[in-house]
Structures are given as C-alpha cells and as structure tokens.
Design a protein around this ligand. Structure first.
Ligand code: GTP
Length: 351
C-alpha cells in the first residue's frame, strides 16, 4: 500500500511560514494605501501559511485509504502490523489540526483586518505561535503515520477475485518446492507479520479460473499453542483469506519433525480454520524403500481423509493436486461490522 509522504512538524511549519513570507513579500511590492499596507501584508502572511499547512494535511488525509473500505484481509493486516486504532487516531488528529488551523486562519484574518496596521505584526506573531503549537501537538501522530507508511510499503497484493489456497506444514516439508511446481511464475514475495521470509504468493489460471497459492513460512509451520494473541490474529487474517488449506506432511520425516508432531499441527490448524483441507503426503520418493512403505507411515495415511501421495521435488502428483484445487469453491467471507471505530468526541470537537 502506498501512503503519502509524511512531514515532521518542523518541515510542515517551515514550509508554511516560508511560503507565507514569500506571499507577504509580493504584497509589499503592490500599490496599497499606506495605512492599510501593514495589515494586508500580515494578513496575507497568516492566511498563506495556514493554507499551505492545511493543503498538506488534506493531501495526506485524501490519499490515505479508508480502512473500513478495505477488504477484511487488509484491515487485519494493518491491525497486526501497525494497529488500526492507532492509525485511525492519528488520522483523526490530523483532521483535528486541520479544523483548528481553519479557525485560526479566520480568527486572525478578521482580527488583523479590524485592528490598526501597527498591531498587525504582533497579531501575526501570535497566530504563528498558535499554529506552531497545533502542529507540534500532532508530532506523535505524524510520526506514527510515517512508521505506518514504512511498514505497509511491502504489503502483499492479494487478488480477492481469485480462489485462495493457503499452504501449511512444518518447515522443510516441501512447501516452497510445491508452490513453484503448481504456480506459473516466480511467486511474489511480500512482508507478513511473524514470517521471517515474508509471504509468498503464486498464481495459476486454468479453465478461466484464477487461483492464488499462499505460503507463509514461519507462521503456519509451528505449534499454535506457542503463539501469542497477535500471532493468532495473523493466523485469523489468513483464515479470512483461505478458501482451502493445503496441508503438507513430510512422510520421510527428513524435515526433522516426526509424523506424530506433524499430525498434531494439523489438528491445531483444523481448530482455527473453517476452510476445507487438502491433505498431501510429500517426499514419497524417499519415504519408501524398494517399494516398501513403513507401517507407521501407512497408519497416518489411513487416518487421513482422501490423502494424496506426492513427491514435490520430482513433480509427482502435481496434476492430481491441481485437479483437487480446481474443485475448491470460493467461500462466502463474513465481514464483522460490530467493531466500528468510535471517535473520541473531545478530540474531534472543534466548536
Ligand atoms: N526427496 C525429496 N525431497 C524434497 C521433496 N520436496 C521437497 N524436498 C526437499 O526438502 C527440502 C525442503 O523443501 P522446501 O520446499 O524448501 O520446504 P519448505 O517447507 O518450503 O521449507 P521452509 O521454507 O523452511 O518452510 C529441500 O531440500 C527440498 O529439495 C520431495 O518430494 N522429495
């Protein structure tokens, strides 16, 4: 997500005051009756400074998307990454500053016009003091928005029209090998909270249907019991997105995790995700010796509903996986309307 560039309070004030001075200098060259000149110069200076600062604040507000209008996945993503409440509060603060500066512009414009030219400079200084104080009050909000901009820069680009399949399984079971076999091009790599390597999204199209396969190394590959609330929220964001889960077992256990533990992870994932699960037993090429399969591997295969036995590295079973993926239906995604943001009335009250 591209957010607008966020200035510091100093930059914002500096720009406003510099442009104010420039406009005032131009006024100085104009033919104006002497007793009015001082007033006009200072009035121009205050009004220009206010407008420049307001324009910048408005540009930031206009170019920042309304969070409620984004798909659930992005709302969740923003919440986990930077916090939706903080985000909205910061925008609220900018809106507040915009309102106050509009008032100061009117108030001081009128005062300067009413009083004598001798008092104009004093009034302009007073106005500048108050403008500075308002802009400095939103320092932490500008700071936060800049932090959000940096953190949301490499947000995953998700196609909400496509059917989404999320891959799960312990590290080294063959998730990325499978992803590259199923999808067309190099997967897109984007940031995702709690994944050291980011999220990988690959696409493929078949019979006019578009599918995206999502791998989240570091998230769907470890016991959920160990996760904190925020990490669980990151899982829930995926749940909002997934139309189906591809759960991959490493039948050879060369990934370092016994099938017993892999099965436990599956049980945990079943508790969190409502989406249907496609079960894959990978690395079958090394799980069998001379065509003989260990009884205990067979036991896990037998415990699983419609398992597919594959070898991602050798491209064995890929066609069957694609056939199963083609049967996945897009799920109706519910959006929760209850947690509408409540504005802090005192903060927004400009009257
Ligand atoms: N013999 C064999 N090796 C495989 C197979 N699939 C993957 N591997 C190997 O297993 C190792 C791990 O595969 P990856 O695809 O990187 O596994 P991953 O699950 O994406 O791993 P993380 O990114 O760490 O989560 C690599 O050395 C692969 O070459 C397979 O079907 N057979």
């Amino acid at each position: 997500m591209m957010l607008p560039t966020i200035p510091t309070p100093e930059e914002l004030l500096d720009k406003g005051f510099r442009r104010g001075k420039k406009a005032a200098d131009l006024k100085r060259g104009e033919k104006i009756p002497k007793h009015l000149k001082g007033k006009r110069i200072e009035e121009t200076r205050v009004i220009t400074a206010c407008q420049v600062i307001k324009d910048k604040l408005k540009m930031i507000l206009d170019r920042t998307p309304e969070i409620e209008e984004l798909p659930d996945f992005y709302q969740d993503y923003i919440d986990i990454t930077v916090g939706v409440d903080d985000f909205k509060q910061s925008l609220g603060a900018l809106n507040w500053a915009y309102g106050i500066i509009t008032q100061l512009e009117k108030e001081y414009g009128a005062k300067i016009r009413k009083l004598s030219s001798e008092r104009a400079t004093g009034l302009r200084k007073q106005a500048y003091g108050r403008i500075s104080s308002v802009v400095n009050k939103i320092e932490k909000d500008l700071d936060f928005l800049d932090f959000a901009k940096q953190n949301l820069r490499n947000m995953p680009t998700v196609d909400f029209e496509a059917t989404s399949i999320v891959i799960a399984g312990f590290p080294n079971v063959g998730k990325s090998t499978l992803l590259t076999h199923i999808t067309d091009a190099e997967p897109q790599v984007a940031n995702y909270p709690f994944t050291t390597k980011g999220i990988q999204i690959g696409h493929f199209e078949k019979k006019w249907k578009h599918f995206q396969i999502i791998d989240t190394p570091g998230l769907l590959d470890r016991p959920i019991g160990d996760m904190n609330d925020i990490e669980l929220n990151a899982m829930v964001a995926l749940e909002h997105l997934a139309d189906a889960i591809l759960f991959i077992f490493d039948s050879s256990e060369t990934c370092g995790y016994p099938l017993e533990n892999q099965y436990k992870l599956l049980e945990e994932i079943k508790n969190i995700f409502d989406a249907p699960i496609i079960y894959l037993f990978n690395k079958m090429d090394i799980a069998e010796y001379d065509g003989i399969r260990h009884d205990y591997i067979q036991e896990y295969i037998d415990r699983t509903e419609d398992p597919l036995l594959i070898s991602a590295a050798e491209g064995e079973g890929i066609e069957e996986i694609i056939k199963l993926i083609m049967k996945v239906e897009k799920r109706e995604k519910s959006s929760d309307d209850e947690d509408e943001y409540e504005e802090d009335e005192n903060y927004f009250d400009l009257t």
